[in-house]
Structure formats: structure tokens, C-alpha cells
Design a protein around this ligand. Structure first.
Ligand code: G6P
Length: 490
């Protein structure tokens, strides 16, 4: 598999809200660059010469300062591994309306089926202001990409932050080949139509401005196609088998192809990274705490869709219903802060700590802490936890893919068993060897944890081997390159 970096073709542009680098500004004015994480960033790092400019947003004061020091040019190549990165300094109130407002409080919750509780749809003047901000922010990206792209270049636009960009860019530059990728699930029509009609249509039409729109699983691509059929009256067809596409959507004479690219884990990078001294050090510290006990590991952003509280309650139920596990198991739960500008995330973060402390107060004994909760982001410590996992718990209410489900079985030294929500995109690829659970079913999840802990060692190892293989079927690099290749055959 693979697309050669062809010197004849112009490089591929990328656009995403979060870029490959972010900056912190110290009080003395020093700027420190940190490489962004995630599969998308590592996939693009492997692109070399085929990678063109990456357009992203300045997320905070450090980023804004870096943009201002770059004086309108791309960022200092020393900070970006040599890749040209153009950060857009979008006015803070517009950024806030687009990112915290429409993207993270509306579209994210719609697609994760959480847009009823705890966040209720309220379409008031504030919502209208946020929608105007979202439109301005998307327009800024379209303008920047239109100015940056060489004639006939490919542009890959990422995610729900930028759903209006494909159509806006097509108006400005009909010569470009435009792809859009959704890293989230897509809501089925009955839930998607909770959005005001005009906005629901604009989001669909924005993405249909692409030549090809891609998703992590066929289920999400199908839901998008269903929304286009029901809300727009578009014509949806299944694409020819054996080709790169899943569906086509035709609306007002234009056809958009829908593809599926199931992003995998970066096995080579993770295996190497997981054995560096900083990880060894943290592993030793965790082992000290956990001893020889069985270990259930979870690592997430503290995110409502990740369902961390129900995961803890399932662990509590395991200790209640199966007292034989008391003193013999530890739940290592890492829940890293995310989107803390939003009250609903801050409340959830507090609840996670409260529930974990409650379990420790109820069951803890001298020498045994049932839940080891860490909330400070530390990648090396996450990898250390991966290495010691006997069981991985990944129970999102709904998730585009969930890379942690792929990473833990790959890195665990114990051949770990995977308890996985059937509503994670990863279940489509890992379902045969994971123990699938209904994420709302706390008793069922507790029972799956028990089964995972008692699984015969040989069975666990052979399942873990197959999980690791499935997890790396489409490396981040090939995930990206197969999209470029499919776009070039438009
Ligand atoms: C999800 C989205 C990504 C986003 C990530 C982190 O995975 O699909 O686009 O980058 O969450 O969210 P944040 O709001 O911190 O960028």
C-alpha cells in the first residue's frame, strides 16, 4: 500500500483546528513549543515531501505570540520538524464561539448522542452569536487555504470544527481536490435533526462541498449518508465493491464520494517510545503501588462521552458482587483534563474524582488502594500503565474510533484482555477478540471485567496477539496516504 511522494504533484495541504505544535508563554516571555499528539499528527509526520502547508488555529496566548513573532509567515521550522505550519490568529471571541460554542458544545454532543442531557439544545441569541462566530472561523480557514494552495492541489480538511470549509473553499477555488475527514461518530438522522433545520442543512452542505468525505467506520459514513437523504433529499448509492469508496451522495447535480479509513495505532513509534527510560521509571513507580495485583487500566481525556464515571461504577460493582477481588486488583485510571473552559467538562472532572475517592473510602485497606487515579497528563506514565495492563477498560458511550483500545493490547506485556464498548468505532475491527459491552450497562460491564480478569492465560495471549494485529492494520501513515490516493482518483 502507499502513495509515492510524487514530485510532479503539488503537496497536500492539511487543515485542522488543533495543529502539530502548540506553544506556552512563560512570564519572562520565553516561548516553548510542544509537539501535538494523536494519530493524525504522527500520520502526517511520516509524509515527508508530500506534505504541504498545515493550516491550524492558534489555541491560546502562547500560540498567538508565536504567530505574531512569525510576522505573518509560517511558524519557525525548528518547532515543526521542518513542516510549513500556518497558524491562524482568529480573534479570541470568534475562536471561543466556534470552538467552545458550536464545535464542542453543540456538534460534539450531537454526534456523541449527548445533546439532551446534560447539555440541552437552547437556540437563543447566544447560540446565534456562536453560529456567526463558527461561520467566520470557517471562512478564515477557507480564505487561508485558498491563498495557500497551488493550482490543482489536494486539501484534507479535518473534523467537525471545519465542516463548512469544503463548500467555502470550493466557491473560492474550484480547481482544488477537497477531502474532509470526520474523526467523530456521525449522529443518525432522528438525533441529528435536533439542530435547527437551516444549520443542520448548512453543515451537511458544507461537507458535501468536498469531493470525498471520509469517516472512521462504515457505520458513521452510513449515518452521514442517511442524514443527507433525509434532510436534503439527496440521492445516496452504495459505491461499487472493491473500490476505495463506501457510498456516493448526489445533491443538485454534484456527487460527493464517501470513504472509510479506520485509523490504526502507530505500532513502530509506540513500541519504541514505550521502552525509553522515562517510561521504565514510571513503570517502576506504578509497580511499587500496585504490587503483584491484577491491573485494570484506562486512559482517557476527561470527556463525558468516554463514560469514565460508569466505568468506575462498574469497578465498584465488581468489588461489591465479587468480594474475592478485594485486595487482589487495582484500577489504574488516568483521566486527563480536557476542554476545561466548559463548565460541563469541569463538573464531570470533579465527579470522576469524587466517585474514585468514594470507592477508595469504601473498600480501601492498609496497603491496598483500589483506584489509582491520575489527572495530570503524562504520556510516559500512560505508556507505563499500558505495559502493565492485565485488562484494558474502554467503555465510551460513543466514539469515532478510540485509539487507546488499539494501543493498550499492542503495548501490554501481560497479553491484556480488552473490555470494549460496542459503541466505539474500534469495535468494528476488534469486536471478535474484545469483550464487548453496552456502555450504559454497569452490571454487564462489571461482569465483563470479571471475565477478563479470569480469562485463561493462553486465551488472553492469543486474543491480545490478534488485537494487536488488527490495531495496526492501517498505520497512521497509510491512513493518510490512502485518503490522498483516493482523492487523486476523483
Ligand atoms: C477528538 C477530536 C479531535 C480533537 C480531540 C481533542 O478526538 O476528533 O479533533 O483534536 O478530540 O480535543 P481538543 O478539543 O482538545 O482538540
Amino acid at each position: 500500500m502507499g502513495v509515492a511522494a510524487d514530485s510532479e504533484t503539488p503537496p497536500v495541504l492539511v487543515a485542522s483546528n488543533r495543529g502539530p505544535v502548540s506553544y506556552t508563554l512563560a512570564e519572562d516571555g520565553t516561548l516553548t513549543a510542544r509537539r501535538g499528539g494523536g494519530g493524525m499528527v504522527s500520520g502526517l509526520s511520516a509524509l515527508g515531501d508530500a506534505a504541504g502547508t498545515w493550516v491550524c488555529a492558534a489555541l491560546g496566548p502562547g500560540d498567538r505570540e508565536a504567530v505574531s513573532r512569525a510576522g505573518g509567515a509560517t511558524l519557525d521550522p525548528a518547532d515543526t520538524g521542518g513542516r510549513p505550519v500556518r497558524m491562524l490568529d482568529i480573534p479570541p471571541d470568534i475562536f471561543d464561539a466556534a470552538y467552545n460554542g458550536i464545535a464542542n458544545s453543540v456538534l460534539w454532543f450531537v454526534h456523541h448522542l449527548l445533546y439532551q442531557t446534560p447539555l440541552e439544545p437552547v437556540y437563543d441569541a447566544e447560540f446565534e452569536r456562536q453560529w456567526a462566530g463558527y461561520t467566520t472561523y470557517n471562512t478564515a480557514f477557507a480564505d487561508a487555504l485558498a491563498a495557500e494552495a497551488a493550482p490543482g492541489a489536494e486539501v484534507l480538511v479535518q473534523d467537525y470544527h471545519l465542516s463548512l470549509v469544503p463548500a467555502l473553499l470550493r466557491e473560492r477555488r474550484p480547481d482544488l481536490r477537497i477531502g474532509h475527514f470526520s474523526h467523530t461518530p456521525w449522529a443518525p438522522p432522528d438525533l441529528y435533526r435536533v439542530l435547527p433545520d437551516a444549520i443542520a442543512r448548512q453543515v451537511l452542505l458544507g461537507i458535501l462541498g468536498a469531493d470525498r468525505a471520509a469517516f472512521l467506520t462504515r457505520r458513521w459514513a452510513g449515518a452521514f449518508a442517511d442524514c443527507c437523504a433525509e434532510l436534503l433529499g439527496a440521492e445516496v448509492r452504495e459505491a461499487a465493491p472493491g473500490g476505495p469508496d463506501a457510498f456516493t451522495v448526489t445533491y443538485e447535480g454534484r456527487t460527493t464520494r464517501l470513504g472509510v479509513h479506520g485509523l490504526g495505532a502507530d505500532g513502530a513509534f509506540l513500541r519504541e517510545r514505550a521502552h525509553r527510560p522515562d517510561v521504565d521509571e514510571r513503570l517502576a513507580a506504578l509497580r511499587e503501588q500496585v504490587g503483584e495485583r491484577a491491573t485494570i487500566v484506562r486512559v482517557d481525556r476527561t470527556e463525558l462521552s468516554k463514560n469514565i464515571v460508569r466505568g468506575l461504577l462498574a469497578y465498584r460493582r465488581l468489588l461489591t458482587e465479587r468480594p474475592e477481588w478485594r485486595g487482589r486488583v487495582v484500577h489504574v485510571a488516568f483521566a486527563y483534563p480536557s476542554r476545561q473552559d466548559l463548565a460541563v467538562y469541569r463538573d464531570y472532572t470533579a465527579e470522576v474524582s469524587r466517585v474514585a475517592e468514594g470507592i477508595n473510602a469504601e473498600f480501601g485497606q492498609d496497603g491496598w488502594t483500589p483506584v489509582v487515579l491520575h489527572v495530570k497528563d503524562d504520556f510516559a506514565r500512560s505508556l507505563a500503565a499500558y505495559r502493565m495492563a492485565d485488562v484494558a477498560l474502554v467503555n465510551p458511550i460513543r466514539d469515532g474510533m478510540n485509539l487507546v483500545a488499539k494501543e493498550i493490547p499492542l503495548i501490554s506485556e501481560r497479553g491484556c484482555a480488552l473490555v470494549l464498548s460496542r459503541e466505539a468505532g474500534a469495535a468494528a475491527e476488534l469486536g471478535d477478540d474484545a469483550l464487548l459491552v453496552n456502555p450504559y450497562d454497569i452490571a454487564g460491564t462489571a461482569e465483563a471485567l470479571h471475565r477478563a480478569l479470569t480469562m485463561d492465560a493462553d486465551e488472553r495471549r492469543s486474543r491480545a496477539g490478534r488485537l494487536a494485529k488488527a490495531a495496526t492494520a492501517l498505520t497512521p501513515r497509510d491512513w493518510f496516504l490512502t485518503q490522498v490516493e483516493a482523492l487523486r482518483t476523483t
